[in-house]
Design a protein around this ligand. Structure first.
Ligand SMILES: O=C1O[C@H](COP(=O)(O)O)[C@@H](O)[C@H](O)[C@H]1O
Length: 232
């Protein structure tokens, strides 16, 4: 499997190392292409990493930040991944970054996905860096195993850059970057913490049928760098 494990003793040590690795990739992208594209995940895990990355000495005005996925909730909601990024990443030195949200105040999640897809497709893809998370059900981005369209989402070779997802286990409709956009990134990191997530990932890598996280690892052109630490 196309995977590299990086194990840390604490979430703090992980956050330092992950922020340094991501900053290194972004800096190389700015040097090579005069700009860098970063997609970060939401949920509860990335806060400390985001805090550390926000202080990285980068040419942040040349960095565009977006999200791997978003909940279909307004940016004021505590469930909003954009709110998480604004509060923990887009500050300090990273306040100068350009942020491209996935959410818009559209009538429904399908329309919001179409609007987000046109914003993402206008970027100079591929992404330089995507930092994924994973739930204990094996979902990554908003590729939920129980979504009605999960087979199509995981198998997609092209199509819109952002897709709507309806899942019974997600609390709200979702917007997610597509499989081609995620798996085509120049660098792919997977940030997970805790023995439960490590066990889920190990099981996903060993068993068929594949959970979404395994499908992403199999499709990704570059090795997925897994950053893991026990829970703090
Ligand atoms: O809902 C989501 O869940 C996953 C994992 O979140 P966590 O709270 O277990 O860290 C996250 O990667 C994704 O971006 C988010 O929308």
């Amino acid at each position: 499997m196309n995977i590299e494990w990086h194990t840390f003793e604490t979430p703090s040590a992980l956050a330092d190392a992950l922020a340094a690795a991501v900053a290194g990739e972004l800096s190389a992208a700015v040097d090579a292409r005069a700009g860098a594209l970063l997609a970060v995940s939401g949920g509860t895990t990335p806060r400390l990493f985001m805090e550390r990355l926000s202080e990285a000495p980068l040419d942040w005005e040349k960095v565009t930040v977006t999200l791997a996925d978003e909940r279909f909730v307004p940016p004021s909601s505590d469930r909003s991944n954009a709110k998480l990024a604004r509060e923990h990443l887009l500050k300090n030195r990273a306040a100068a970054a350009i942020f491209v949200p996935l959410y818009s105040d559209a009538g429904d999640v399908g329309e919001a996905a179409r609007l987000a897809a046109s914003r993402i497709s206008a970027l100079p893809l591929p992404l330089d860096v995507v930092v994924l998370g994973m739930g204990t059900d094996g979902h990554t981005a908003s590729f939920f195993p129980d979504a009605a369209n999960i087979g199509d989402i995981l198998a997609a070779e092209d199509g819109p850059a952002v897709l709507p997802v309806i899942s019974g286990t997600a609390q709200e409709p979702r917007l997610t970057l597509s499989m081609p956009v995620i798996s085509g990134a120049r660098s792919v990191f997977l940030h997970i913490e805790g023995d439960d997530k490590k066990a889920v990932l190990e099981r996903a890598l060993a068993e068929e049928p594949p959970l979404p996280i395994r499908a992403v690892i199999e499709r990704t052109a570059v090795p997925v760098r897994v950053y893991w630490a026990p829970k703090g």
